[in-house]
Ligand binder design. Sequence first.
Ligand code: PNW
Length: 482
Amino acid sequence: MTASVLPPDFEWGFATAAYQIEGAVNEGGRGKCIWDTFCHQEPSRTKNASGDIACDHYHKFEEDFDLLSKYGAGAYRFSIAWSRIVPLGGRDDPINEEGIAFYNQLIDSLLRRGITPWVTLYHWDLPQALHDRYGGWLNVDEVQKDFERYARVCYERFGDRVKHWITLNEPWIQAIYGYATGGNAPGRSSTNPHCTEGDTAREPWIVGKALIMSHARAVAAYNQDFRAEQKGVIGVSLNGDYYEPWDKNDPKDAEAAERRMQFHIGWFANPIFLAKDYPDSMRKQLGDRLPPFSLEEFKTLAAAQTDFYGMNYYTSQFAKHCAEAAPETDVLGNVEEHQSNKQGESVGEASGVHWLRSCPGMFRKHLTRVHSLYKKPIYITENGCPCPGEDKMTREESINDPFRIQYFKDHLDAIGKSRQDGSIINGYFAWSLMDNLEWSDGFGPRFGVTHTDYDTLERTPKKSALLLKDMIADRQRPHASL
Ligand code: PNW
């Protein structure tokens, strides 16, 4: 039923990120990024895994694109490693022609296959040299200039063929996991015993502002100097769960649910899509820990018209209000998160990772809420899951993945329903094309529609890979029920 309500021009495909799949970290003139450093810390913060080889996509991309062709993908979302383009990262640092050549090959191969490239400029892999030089994302004024220059190089070199740009992937995860909990690179935190540096009360909010301004400058640059000729579109991919009150009869829990979503999404979406200040609930709670925007910065935000809202969606939760917490422990907005409500009802079916339960009903509400608040066309830039127990399965077991198939079906169905609510949702990228490095969880969780054998690097399609093709192709045939 689902796919039949999606229009023929609905964009769909699969997504990946550079550090999770490429490997070849010392090849092609690539500079180090903060994940190279983070993955080699002792004791290990990433279950002894690193992106040194990962899926070796750097050498196997043609084989991987054969899979995309076989799966019938119309589009492919991948990210460019900043430190392959500018190994030292900065605006006066040299451009690496070998890195440019690598991504030219990727883009040309996709286009030959009739697959539309969707390019993310930043998926968490800040050049290590910028972190060392001036503190990376902690230096709001410096990093936005360096990001703008890197973005300009990408538009100049790839923009004749790339018409779909995503500036940042999940700035929330970069700011909070990187600088509050310390679970992701660069691993800064004042609450995590593994971390030797950081200030959880302040750093994430500074980093957030640096990310927002970097996005704005990259979009402004595109609009001023590239859009008229290249005629592409540019957006940002935000994560964020949907929240319902833990106790539906307690107005404080209803407030907590809304506040939690403002801390997740409004933090970035207010300045980016509305050119407005951070949500009131954030100002109220965080006070001067939340760095303000100057008048000049508001002008930059207003000038940076962003074309679409990229949504990464995996799960939903219940929110319970709690007492005012200390500055180091209030990053979620003084909210407790629960996977069951007061009645003990689960938010959804458990998957293969603890934080992800399948909640398509709340996905529909989420889509409808986000569309009505920010009024931009939505593209789902990530959605997917590992099957329960998949991390322990053999290849033969893993490629038979009914849980993932049902998850995709239910979530595409929710998209159809939210479109009926009036939301504009124009595309869908499943996460991910293949099993890959799941950041601090190492090679355990398998989000791919393709099984990766990390010993032999052999790829094997799972059943879900071909199902999406059939579902989406289905939209071309009008159903009797319509
Ligand atoms: C996203 N959470 O990250 C990333 O964009 C991907 O690179 C990643 O592989 C994928 O989702 C699957 O995890 C998230 O704990 C990581 O809520 C963690 C969470 C959400 C998103």
